[in-house]
Design a protein around this ligand. Structure first.
Ligand SMILES: NC(=O)c1ccc[n+]([C@@H]2O[C@H](COP(=O)([O-])OP(=O)(O)OC[C@H]3O[C@@H](n4cnc5c(N)ncnc54)[C@H](OP(=O)(O)O)[C@@H]3O)[C@@H](O)[C@H]2O)c1
Length: 233
């Protein structure tokens, strides 16, 4: 992996991903809205920036050219298919063979086997109310992931739990289905969500997977690890 594009680089998750990608020595191209370019000043001179809407196909086409990996923040803002437009532009224009890693929340399900806790269901309900207010469109984020799951590119969809700020606790742990006991704590440090995204670029076991992640030091992750160790001894 030498050159990566980060689509949605100026957000909180995006900026952490830029930092991790630079730490690994990758050449970084960031895409963000024109009015947000200043949020990337801390990286001035170390990354190149293609300003523009992330669902603008021309912006994406020029940003992903020559990249071995593309990290994509799928956001549900607005009601104009921003997330699905972003995903489609990346699927259509990323160079063949590039690793594509998309971020979303826990709620898009790949196979319908996720069992959501009430806290996630409540958020989804709030999301549908926000759709009525034309602020957020969770359905479009689901549509974006549906298109990714159906594509024959080398994709991974990383499904993040609730997020918090704080120092890194290391690479989060993951499971295929929300509802699996290891995920019960439903909390990940944002810096570690970004770490998982960047690490996924070079982890072939995650190709065509939709890992749901949780912080490795959360009670549910630690309890699962203790049970596994006990079962082995
Ligand atoms: N936040 C959570 O609790 C949570 C939980 C699970 C998963 N996730 C996932 O994590 C990812 C991003 O989270 P985050 O914490 O980094 O959020 P964030 O800092 O709020 O970033 C969100 C992104 O949305 C863009 N954005 C904001 N307003 C917009 C608008 N009106 N139109 C178009 N784009 C707009 C931002 O671009 P600008 O910089 O240009 O404003 C930025 O790239 C998403 O994939 C989300 O589904 C979040």
């Amino acid at each position: 992996m030498q050159k990566v594009c980060i689509v949605g680089a100026s957000g909180k998750l995006g900026q952490y991903m830029v930092g991790h990608a630079l730490d690994r020595g990758y050449e970084v191209v960031g895409v963000c809205r024109e009015e947000s370019v200043g949020k990337l000043d801390a990286f001035k001179g170390r990354i190149s920036i293609v300003p523009g809407a992330t669902d603008d196909r021309e912006v994406i086409r020029s940003a992903v050219a020559g990249c071995d990996g593309v990290l994509v923040v799928l956001v549900p803002w607005g009601v104009h298919h921003y997330a699905s437009g972003t995903a489609q532009a990346v699927l259509d224009h990323a160079p063949p063979g590039a690793r594509l890693v998309f971020s979303t929340g826990w709620y898009p399900s790949r196979d319908g086997k996720d069992v959501y806790p009430w806290s996630v269901k409540a958020k989804v309900l709030l999301g549908w109310l926000a759709r009525l207010a034309r602020v957020v469109d969770l359905g479009d984020q689901v549509e974006a992931t549906r298109r990714v799951f159906a594509s024959d590119t080398l994709w991974t969809v990383v499904r993040g739990s609730d997020l918090e700020e704080g120092k890194s606790q290391g690479l989060p742990v993951w499971s295929r289905h929300v509802g699996d006991p290891i995920l019960e704590s439903n909390l990940t440090r944002r810096v570690d969500f970004a770490l998982f995204m960047v690490a996924a670029l070079e982890n072939d076991e995650l190709i065509h997977e939709a890992p749901a992640i949780v912080g490795r030091l959360t009670p549910s992750a630690l309890a699962f690890e203790a049970q596994t160790v006990e079962a082995r001894s």
